[in-house]
Design a protein around this ligand. Structure first.
Ligand SMILES: [Fe+2]
Ligand SMILES: [Fe+2]
Length: 194
């Protein structure tokens, strides 16, 4: 994988604001990879998925949905109802198209960064956490960012993020958690690990 080429492709594809978010996500994910060495996730792994994960975030709903239909991507019900959520699935296929030798764990991490999943693996967990609380995120305050990052495992951090998301949805009277997120929550609650 040509890392420099990949990074300049991202720079040329997404907006400046999105790029700032991607770089910040990559940076937090790299920090998590360095902290939780037992998962054998390298800094380069964390950096690449962090930079790439939102490559399709600025596509419209229709383009995302049609790409998934054309590429036979299995969609969650919630993704069909809210195609914006498909940007993770689309990004994973785009990375595979660009780099045939991309490891499967990159694909799984990027695929599931929107909803979270028991299939996202440790790299996916790092991406899920970093995406939620990178420094530019404003939907969560700094004390909560610090609190989540001070938890002692990726599993606890993901569980906390899912609870906060659930509370946020309840306050906004929005839809309940997606099935994939709920399954991850149940899995982590009974001690499941990445
Ligand atoms: Fe995203
Ligand atoms: Fe993101």
């Amino acid at each position: 994988m040509d890392f420099t080429e990949l990074e300049s492709h991202i720079e040329n594809t997404v907006s400046e604001k999105r790029m700032r978010h991607c770089k910040a996500t990559a940076s937090v994910a790299v920090g998590l990879a360095g902290r939780f060495k037992r998962y054998h996730i390298t800094e380069e792994d964390a950096r690449i998925v962090g930079l790439w994960h939102d490559i399709a975030r600025e596509w419209g709903d229709e383009a995302l949905y049609h790409f998934c239909v054309e590429h036979d991507i299995t969609m969650e019900v919630e993704e069909q109802e809210c195609p914006m959520l498909l940007h993770g699935a689309v990004a994973s296929v785009l990375l595979r198209q660009r780099c045939a030798d991309v490891p499967q764990y990159y694909i799984d991490a990027i695929r599931w960064h929107t909803l979270g999943s028991t299939s996202m693996g440790p790299l996916g967990a790092m991406l899920f956490i970093a995406d939620y609380l990178e420094p530019y995120r404003t939907h969560i305050d700094d004390p909560n960012k610090v609190r989540i990052l001070s938890l002692s495992s990726l599993e606890q951090m993901c569980l906390d993020i899912i609870s906060m998301t659930e509370d946020y949805f309840a306050r906004r009277k929005a839809c309940p958690l997606a099935t994939s997120t709920l399954n991850l929550k149940q899995y982590l609650k009974v001690g499941g690990t990445f």
